[in-house]
Design a protein around this ligand. Structure first.
Ligand code: DGL
Length: 267
């Protein structure tokens, strides 16, 4: 294998700002790692799209980004993209690809009531990948799934400093609570990387007695393991890469800066 360029970045990819929840954990474990945070804002949101649309965008964009920026590793910091296209991306790119899939295993270990809620995008919650995780790790538990598309927009707005109607959080909680058996939910899987950015708001909406689980810390540990011993040297400031220039992006600058992303580029 060829030598790793110390300046080669980790590339984290999401449809929008959601992957920042993963980047926060990566920063804690790998403060010296050069990072490109890539957001397919031109394709946001992925949740309402078909499998074919998501797969085509993710494979095409990651292929272009890999060629242009030569990352040492790509993290698909998006449950929707990972549950649909992780295998396809691994088939075509030769660098390590780390995915983000719903944290059903830790939720099943944590629940005391045996009833788990899962909030994701409409595309994620119908994936066979999620069925397989449920069959493997949540046997004997009740797993209730709900799509919460309003939360994706809420996270995008929150990070731009825009107001969000709190009814959005109540609605998300109610779509799980109102399902048969939903009263007993004590653990909720945040199966979309946008949702941990809203954990305080969701905690208030679900009320006490409900814990949240997501994969960000585990993903960061996996990335740290895969890059163990590699030289890392940030020779230019880390940046956020967008697939489309749009007026609202400037409002994201303070949030991006708080994750160490000091400028924006466009693909
Ligand atoms: N952040 C993404 C996820 O983890 C999806 C948000 C969207 O584009 O709908 O699924």
């Amino acid at each position: 294998m060829s030598e790793i360029d110390p300046a080669a970045p980790l590339l984290l990819f999401d449809s929008g700002v959601g992957g920042l929840s993963v980047l926060g954990e990566v920063r804690r474990l790998l403060p010296d790692a050069p990072v490109i945070y890539a957001a397919d804002n031109g394709g946001l949101p992925y949740g309402p799209k078909t499998e074919a649309e998501v797969a085509a965008r993710v494979c095409g964009l990651l292929g272009r980004m890999a060629e242009r920026y030569r990352p040492r590793l790509i993290c698909i910091a998006c449950n929707t993209a990972s549950t649909i296209a992780l295998g396809m991306v691994r088939d075509v790119l030769e660098i390590p690809i780390v995915g983000t899939v719903p944290a059903i295993k830790p939720a099943a270990e944590q629940t005391r009531s045996g009833t788990i809620g899962l909030l994701g995008t409409a595309a994620t919650i119908r994936q066979p990948y999620v069925d397989r995780l449920e069959a493997e790790f949540a046997q004997g538990k009740l797993l209730l799934r709900a799509a919460a598309p309003g939360l994706v927009a809420a996270a995008e707005a929150k990070l731009r400093g825009e107001p969000v109607d709190p009814a959005i959080y109540q609605q998300a909680a109610a779509t799980l609570r109102n399902q048969p058996g939903g009263d007993a939910i004590d653990t909720v899987v945040l199966a979309c990387t946008h949702f941990p950015l809203l954990e305080p708001e969701l905690a208030a909406a679900f009320g006490s007695g409900v814990g949240f689980v997501h994969g960000a810390a585990g993903i960061a540990r996996r990335i740290a393991r895969l890059s163990e011993g590699q030289p890392m040297n940030r020779i230019r400031p880390d940046f956020a890469l967008f697939t489309r220039d749009e007026p609202g992006l400037a409002a994201l600058a303070p949030a991006l800066a708080s994750y160490g992303l000091s400028r924006m580029e466009f693909l």
